[in-house]
Design a protein around this ligand. Structure first.
Ligand code: CMP
Length: 146
């Protein structure tokens, strides 16, 4: 199976609630490898680009306001079928409907304040990665050193 990369954000609500470690821990225990990690505060311009696929949705402005309301933690995770595996682990968008055992199912009660974001496709990953990271931020493959 080919290795794939995905991008995850711990959103401002997750950072405020002290859930950074919990989120990273779940992915580490699953066996996904962290290849990049940073804490940052998105500008409005970057937030608009990050969520550009939602620009025509009625909640777009609220989404941009929310994601720029505080610092976030961004990471690149790598592993077999990482995009679909991570989407399963975070659960449905609406925390009230997300399965218990998923991150949103365990920690969210809202569709907006839903703790995490994860890329939903290779194309989304490529766009999101460029908003938050550069190639220099990717740590070389350290699998052989473990
Ligand atoms: P995320 O996975 O970051 O991708 C887009 C985000 O838009 C989503 O999580 C939710 O936080 C938000 N979102 C999706 N649908 C709605 C909605 N109906 N109302 C408000 N926010 C939404």
């Amino acid at each position: 199976m080919a290795k794939q990369r995905t991008l995850v954000l711990v959103k401002p609500d997750g950072v405020r609630r002290g859930l950074i470690g919990e989120v990273i821990s779940r992915f580490e225990k699953k066996g996904l490898k962290l290849r990049a990690l940073k804490m940052l505060w998105l500008s409005e311009e970057k937030a608009r680009e990050f969520y550009s696929v939602h620009r025509d949705k009625p909640f777009y402005n609220d989404l941009v306001n929310f994601i720029t309301s505080g610092p976030i933690v961004a990471m690149v995770l790598e592993g077999d079928e990482a995009i679909s595996v991570v989407r399963l682990m975070i659960g449905s968008t609406d925390g009230r409907k997300a399965q218990p055992g998923t991150i949103r199912g365990d920690f969210a009660l809202s569709i907006q304040d839903n703790v995490v974001h994860a890329s939903d496709s290779v194309e989304s990953f490529e766009r999101e990665f460029k908003v938050v990271f550069s190639e220099d931020d990717i740590v070389p493959d350290y699998e052989k050193c473990l």
